[in-house]
Design a protein around this ligand. Structure first.
Ligand SMILES: Cc1cc2nc3c(=O)[nH]c(=O)nc-3n(C[C@H](O)[C@H](O)[C@H](O)COP(=O)(O)OP(=O)(O)OC[C@H]3O[C@@H](n4cnc5c(N)ncnc54)[C@H](O)[C@@H]3O)c2cc1C
Length: 308
């Protein structure tokens, strides 16, 4: 019950100011967003890749209001890609981007987001890696899929995310499960109305399995984005039944969540990619992590009270 309330609060400016200024917040935030700058994140990239993990990097900051901020977002990714090139880690580390951060919600936003994301996709390709377009709320998805299709003309390895909680997603999965495509399946992290999305956990989990089967039986490259132990073993079973080898699909989890499981799956020979977010504008990302697990909120509130 708490999840939707937290997600609603995540849209409030007042709440943003309150949480961002709370004295203990930073230390709780660090669990999920372990750095503010490229310099902070480089040692973490080195450490995780040295442990046999692959990464997908997210520069946080979806709530932009001006074209200049969208360009700054593009430049932040380009700086990161430069550093990855210096570290010769291009093949192990890809980028995840939210098109909202590239201007999608502004006037003329579709074209602006495409124009801003294209140089990032080009720079990623130049160092041997790729970009995955994250899925945001359902009103943004037609634009996201159109941008994905456009980018794939020149960069077919560009990935995208689909969300099991949306009714539309089975059809999207069928369309996307084609040769050469890379698709991350997640449950979905936004507050969506009952007209477009399943609301109950068991319905979402069942949809996840149906969609995962479509991806595993298709010709693309499935990326299983979940920490749910049941879904992870179902994914292994579906991959096995579809005759996929360990390098023909991958698992993805978020930094700070079930870290031991990241290492366990990698040690078993699976491709395991850790979604690692960094940056200063962490509010939206952090609130979604609180909404996913009420215990996180309790921990957060307790640390505020004990400081206060
Ligand atoms: C790599 C990756 C990329 C993602 N990209 C997107 C995206 O583009 N768009 C989008 O809408 N959503 C995205 N998500 C979030 C996703 O939609 C879910 O909200 C999130 O993954 C939680 O669902 P779950 O599958 O882990 O299952 P759940 O049933 O929520 O969780 C299973 C178990 O995982 C652990 N867990 C899960 N979340 C947390 C948490 N926040 N804190 C502590 N423990 C936790 C708990 O032990 C829990 O019991 C992404 C998730 C991953 C892993």
């Amino acid at each position: 019950m708490l999840g939707p309330v937290i997600l609603a609060a995540s849209r409030s400016d007042r709440m943003r100011r309150l949480i961002s200024a709370a004295p203990v917040t930073k230390q709780v935030v660090d669990r999920f967003i372990p750095g503010e700058s490229v310099d902070d994140i480089v040692p973490i990239i080195r450490d995780l890749t040295a442990r046999g993990l692959e990464l997908t990097m997210d520069v946080v900051g979806e709530d932009i209001t001006t074209p200049a901020q969208a360009e700054a977002a593009r430049d932040a990714y380009l700086r990161l890609i430069d550093r990855l090139e210096d570290m010769e880690l291009g093949e192990r580390v890809e980028m995840s981007v939210k098109l909202s951060m590239f201007g999608q919600a502004l006037d003329g936003g579709h074209d602006m987001a495409l124009a801003n994301v294209r140089p990032v996709v080009e720079a990623a390709a130049a160092i041997g890696t790729t970009v995955t377009l994250d899925a945001e709320d359902h009103t943004t998805l037609d634009s996201m899929f159109a941008i994905h299709e456009e980018l794939r003309r020149d960069f077919p390895q560009t990935g995208c995310v689909i969300q099991a909680y949306l009714f539309r997603t089975e059809a999207d999965a069928r369309r996307l499960a084609a040769a050469g495509s890379r698709v991350r399946l997640v449950k979905g992290a936004y507050k969506e109305p009952a007209e477009v999305a399943y609301q109950q956990k068991h319905e979402i989990d069942k949809a996840y399995v149906r969609i995962l089967r479509i991806l595993m039986e298709g010709e693309g490259y499935p990326m299983v984005g979940s920490h749910d132990p049941r879904l992870i073993s179902i994914a292994q079973e579906l991959a096995h039944r579809a005759g996929r080898k360990p390098d023909e699909y991958e698992f993805q989890m978020l930094y700070g969540i079930r870290g031991d499981e990241h290492l366990r799956l990698a040690a078993q020979g699976h491709r395991m990619r850790v979604y690692t977010a960094y940056g200063t504008d962490w509010y939206g990302y952090f609130m979604r992590r609180l909404a996913e697990k009420p215990a996180n909120l309790r921990f957060f509130v307790r640390s505020m009270l004990s400081k206060g």
